[in-house]
Design a protein. Sequence first.
Length: 622
Amino acid sequence: MGKTNRFSNEDVAWYLTERLRREKKTQQRIKRVRPKEQLAHSGSVASGKPKRLNHLEIEQGVDRLIQATLEKEDLLKQIISDQAVASGQKTSITQEEILDALEGVDVMDDLDLRALTHSIGSTQGLEGSMVRARRRLAEVESGIADLISRKNIAKAYEDHITRKVSVIRSARNVKSLQTLIEKCELAHMELLARRNNENVTLTKADNEIEKKYALIRQKALGRIDDLMGHDEIYYEAKRRRLLEYRRQLLNSGFVETPSIREEVMKIVSHSQLGIPVLLRGHLGTGKTEIALHVARKYFGYEPEFISGSEEATKYDIYGRTQIGVRPEKDRIREFEHHMREYIKWNPDAPKGELKEVEKQYYQAIVVKGLTTSFFHYGPLVRAMREGKPVIIDEMDGIPHSIIMRLNHVLTRRAGDTVRVQENGGDDIIVKKGFTVLATGNIKSARYKREELDAAFLSRWWSSDINYPPRQETYEILVASLLDKRGNLQIKNSDDLDDLKRLTEAAAEIQRIFAGEQVDYFGEGADAAREIPASLKKSVLSLRHLWNIVRPWKARNFDKPLENYVLNEFIKPSVIEDQIYLVQLFCRFRFFKTWKVQEFGIPGLTETKVLAFQGKQSGPTAQ
Ligand SMILES: Nc1ncnc2c1ncn2[C@@H]1O[C@H](COP(=O)(O)OP(=O)(O)OP(=O)(O)O)[C@@H](O)[C@H]1O
Ligand SMILES: [Mg+2]
């Protein structure tokens, strides 16, 4: 058997620096003489022996080397991707050519500028940018080569990489330990579910296994604490977590934060016991997404989906008989088949008889057999037959009479039979894997919903889904602004502060909307009569936060976040809520220098704006 080569961190670091050094040598062989300005750029001396570097210079050299290596990677990627786009767009002309053309024409002339307008494609300027990128790449590469040729810098860089590799490895270990804990929790729940389904109590051996799971969990948590005690590992683990959120957002648009994971674990443990789960909560807390996530990640299925918000009839849930039209060629094929069969069984039939049979078959099969009926199973029955989860979304939007029929189905286990009246009383055998997850709003005057009766509800395990904690919302939003290396793509540090205050404002608005917080000083409140300010229909949930942050990012943070808050959230809200929303955002230091006309909100006066901004004392402005 061949020997396996193992590389230590030091080997990896050596390899990385050595390879750069070698790159430098080959480059020097190709280009004997390099322009002076490039030497100046890399901070080297143009001729003679390199001077001794002091500590600070070495540190700066390593920094530049790290930056240059990253820039090189980016440039290469940019060139490759631009190349790919540009190769399909040979006809586009450069920006310079357009500028020249505009300089050259006199618009008063009887000229047709359409040709010029047509040639401006979205890939305009790519060629120019590729040329610039290549030029910059050459500079960066020679800068790298130059830095790495300095022994002190190369050695310090090597040390830096070694340290980094070890921090990364430790941070990865944190993640592995967390996954280990997660697996133990799932295994523990599965064991309980299995014994429950078998209707037996835990055996002695089971108890031993349980004890070990608890011990592993405890030990793993201890190790995580040890590792996270080191600053560098802590930050790297955090960075990796945000990158993991970013990956989840790109893959599924859904992030499993710690609080969501905790909720998910509870849901899975009940579902595994065959108990239907109802997720209740206010607008946009994430109920539907959590149900979908549980079905996909923990049960491994794209679930069947019943939407209660649309007109749901029992046929939409159980199924319906459908009339189908059969194509003519199918009907003729069937007719010919029947004729052949007839001749086969009646070989001596006289011609006249055959003519008569042919006429009858033709009439029955080809002419009248145009339509056919078959039973099309609805999502609930499909889920039972195929052993899948079914999500009944916004269950309280489904008429009461239909919902009550679900009673019969809810607690069916694998192997049970269910009769479907819609299909002439057919028996369906429930397959393993069938689970019911439902969502609904919190009972309140705000949601005009069917009231689910107590007997029906008692069959469910219900859980109230709250808006994610502020810190988690913040992390999800930050993750959406990271590039693949974990660097934040914002214009300046104020933007990050704005984002933080946006999540604070969101948390406040959510508390007011949910009635968890009373505000006697808000717009529309009447403290004397103990009437607090209220939001009729508007809540700043993650759904709305995405509506604000995504366009902000898409337009490259061109304007401060508050512009997007106004245009993507406050203005699309119902009129009754708009002024109070402006006031709430002002409390979180948004719109600090805005003038009343910039808002364009009916009923919002200058006095109010000044009062909201704290520039005018006195009672809430009138
Ligand atoms: N964990 C998450 N990660 C990323 N985005 C999320 C997450 N949870 C919710 N969202 C976003 O918030 C939006 C609202 O979530 P969802 O539709 O599940 O809420 P809901 O409680 O079902 O709302 P409603 O009461 O209106 O039905 C989603 O469209 C999604 O974009
Ligand atoms: Mg929903």
